[in-house]
Write a protein that binds this ligand. Structure first.
Ligand code: LHQ
Length: 264
């Protein structure tokens, strides 16, 4: 499959989507948005895909919106409609990744800035190379964190850290990001992709419907009461209790053998 601004690969039960404009630290353009949408359609259309890795080519993960792109506006043009850009490009992308019915691994290979940082943080399992850093660069150009940033930051790291990251726009190292709960874990630079691939291949053998439900419930918890969440757990468990993979998991345990999950 050939794209201009991304690379797409399917392999061993998982897909890898690599942002690929390394000379611009993989900053987003309209073309890149369109290609990502097309790739995500492919990920979802193939039932053999049971996990996805999102990463970047070269020394950066993604530097957010390409500031040369017309959507940002310039002196001679009328003011840009950034709301339209979010509504039509970024918000659907964030929602689409959240709704993908499989775990999404962010493998953050280098600097992740602006919407690129929040794209990474929106993944389900976020791994970062030791040299990676996260920058909420928006405040430097008079904007607010988007791509879900104002929701993700306080939910992941708490209000105090969220405020400091969003208002100061200073780089947060991968180690610091792990320490404050912004990401899952740091790995050595050259271990990032081997580890991400190993994890994706392992996830591809797991009960995918159950993992998808975990993703949905943990997302829902951020805006639910305990009572609402208990009801959601009841309904979800009821559904999963009728699934192939639940039956298989219990039978394998009782039979003292490895389970063979279908993902449904
Ligand atoms: C870039 C970019 C870039 C173009 C590096 N654009 N060229 C979306 C749209 C609608 C509403 C508003 O919100 C948004 C969301 C956003 O994402 S807004 C925030 C946009 N991003 C930024 O403000 C980050 C800008 N980039 C940087 O601050 C630095 O490049 C970082 C800190 C990411 C990395 O710094 P360095 O490692 O020193 O690399 P560099 O600055 O030298 O960048 C390498 C090249 O990439 C360079 O080009 P050049 O021709 O000089 O080699 C940069 O101009 C280019 N580049 N980010 N976003």
């Amino acid at each position: 499959m050939s794209f201009e601004t991304i690379q797409y690969e399917e392999n061993d039960g998982y897909a890898v989507l690599t942002l690929n404009r390394p000379e611009r630290l993989n900053a987003f353009t309209g073309v890149m948005h369109a290609e990502i949408r097309e790739a995500l359609d492919k990920v979802a259309a193939n039932k053999a895909n049971r996990a996805m890795i999102l990463t970047g080519a070269g020394r950066g993960f993604c530097a957010g919106q390409d500031l040369n792109d017309r959507v940002m506006g310039d002196d001679d043009a009328p003011p840009p409609d950034l709301g339209h850009t979010l509504e039509t490009l970024y918000n659907p992308l964030v929602r689409r990744i959240r709704a993908l019915e499989m775990p999404v691994i962010s493998a953050v290979n280098g600097v992740a800035a602006g919407a690129g940082a929040n794209l990474a943080l929106g993944g389900d399992l976020v791994m970062a190379a030791r040299s990676a850093k996260f920058i909420q660069a928006f405040c430097r150009i008079g904007l607010v964190p988007d791509g879900g940033g104002t929701w993700l930051l306080p939910n992941l790291a708490g209000r105090a850290k969220a405020m400091a990251m969003a208002m100061l726009g200073e780089p947060v190292s991968a180690e610091e990001a792990e320490r404050i709960g912004l990401i899952w874990k740091v790995v050595e630079d050259d271990a990032l992709m081997p580890e991400a691939r190993k994890l994706a291949a392992r996830l591809a053998t797991q009960p995918t419907a159950g993992l998808t439900a975990i993703k949905q419930l943990i997302t829902a918890a951020a805006s639910h009461s305990l009572d609402e969440q208990l009801d959601l757990e009841r309904d979800t468990q009821q559904r999963l209790g009728r699934s192939h993979d639940y039956r298989e998991g219990v039978r394998a345990f009782l039979g003292k053998r490895e389970p063979v999950f279908k993902g449904e």
